[in-house]
Design a binder for this molecule. Structure first.
Ligand code: CU
Length: 330
């Protein structure tokens, strides 16, 4: 039977599956759908672990850190943060890391969901124009950071090489109306040279960030980039903090988190009715809440001086007023 017939028979989307040959046996391998923040890949519907292929490319580019500051980013997938992948516990993950031709640096990837040397970094240091592959078992369910660990590490992380991977527990997560991917990061921008700022190592050593931002730039979650929901909906935010130095005090002004999956692990403690949750450097959390009233809710790092450095975003909620929950006057 040809691959085309197999696809027809099982109604498989052509680009989502490949057929791999393992010890002479045909094996279906799903190609992970990756999304750019704040979008989250769709929930996994299959009930069994599978082989999943993840393809990621290291890309260096100049982009906007603020409206006025251009920065020389290093990234996964051409965005900061890098794309989000969604797996299921038990999946065997075939990870392909390409380093774009024309890049200046070797890169690799350390995935915090991995159990093994360097989280994969030991197998993936790859020169520009080349590709490397490694395979790991997603043994633990949770929300995990991935980042580049090449060279002296600090410049690769500080320049934007990180993102999130979600490993769903067996049976998946409870259904919610909206899911978003948000990542906090510090930048240590130099004075611009030829109009482009770059990493200032002294600011990094001093732990003195010039910018603290959500989703890779000042305003990454403001205006047209704001998150959206409707009154009465449930929202889940997959929140990562790369640091690279500071711990985040993640808070949404005007909301109480109904649930916090502590430090992004599934199967462990779930905090309830939490106002602000700590997210370590290179850690993550998952929060859930129901929105009761319309308005703009500010996502902040409640180490509040960081708001002046960019650590603010909006969740804009539309719908009917809800005076039982909040109103002016008596
Ligand atoms: Cu790198």
């Amino acid at each position: 039977m040809t691959i085309l017939n197999l696809k027809k028979k099982f109604k498989i989307l052509p680009l989502l599956f490949v057929v791999a040959c393992l010890n002479g046996t045909l094996v279906f391998a799903e190609v992970a759908k990756l999304t750019t923040a704040p979008d989250v890949p769709p929930a996994i519907t299959r009930s069994k672990a599978e082989t999943v292929v993840v393809n990621l490319t290291a890309e260096e580019y100049v982009g906007n850190l603020t409206k006025d500051v251009k920065y020389g980013f290093w990234s996964f997938g051409g965005t900061v943060p890098g794309p989000m992948a969604r797996l299921r516990v038990g999946d065997s993950v075939e990870f392909h890391l390409s380093n774009a031709k024309g890049n200046t640096q070797p890169h690799n990837i350390d995935i915090h969901a991995v159990n093994g040397p360097g989280g994969g970094a030991a197998f993936t240091t790859v020169d520009p124009g080349e590709k490397k592959t490694f395979t790991f078992k997603a043994k633990a369910a949770g929300l995990y950071i991935y980042h580049c660990a090449a060279g002296s590490i600090v410049d690769h992380i500080s320049n934007g090489m990180y993102g999130l991977v979600l490993v769903e527990p067996e049976g998946g997560l409870p259904k919610v109306d909206r899911e978003y991917y948000v990542m906090e990061s510090e930048f240590f921008a130099s004075e611009p040279e030829n109009g482009v700022a770059s990493f200032d190592i002294q600011k990094g050593l001093d732990e003195h960030a010039s910018h603290v931002v959500f989703n890779g730039k000042e305003g990454g979650l403001l205006g047209d980039n704001a998150l959206k929901a409707k009154v009465g909906e449930t929202v889940r935010i997959y929140f990562g903090n790369i640091g690279p130095n500071s711990i985040s005090s993640f808070h949404i002004i005007g909301e109480v988190f109904d649930k916090v999956y502590n430090e992004g692990g599934f199967g462990g403690a779930i905090g309830k009715n939490i106002q602000t949750t700590l997210v370590p450097s290179a850690g993550a959390t998952v929060v859930e809440f129901k929105v009761d009233a319309p308005g703009a809710y500010a996502l902040v790092d409640h180490s509040i001086y960081r708001v002046a450095k960019g650590a603010i975003g909006h969740l804009v909620v539309e719908g009917k007023e809800n005076p039982k929950v909040i109103r002016q006057g008596k």
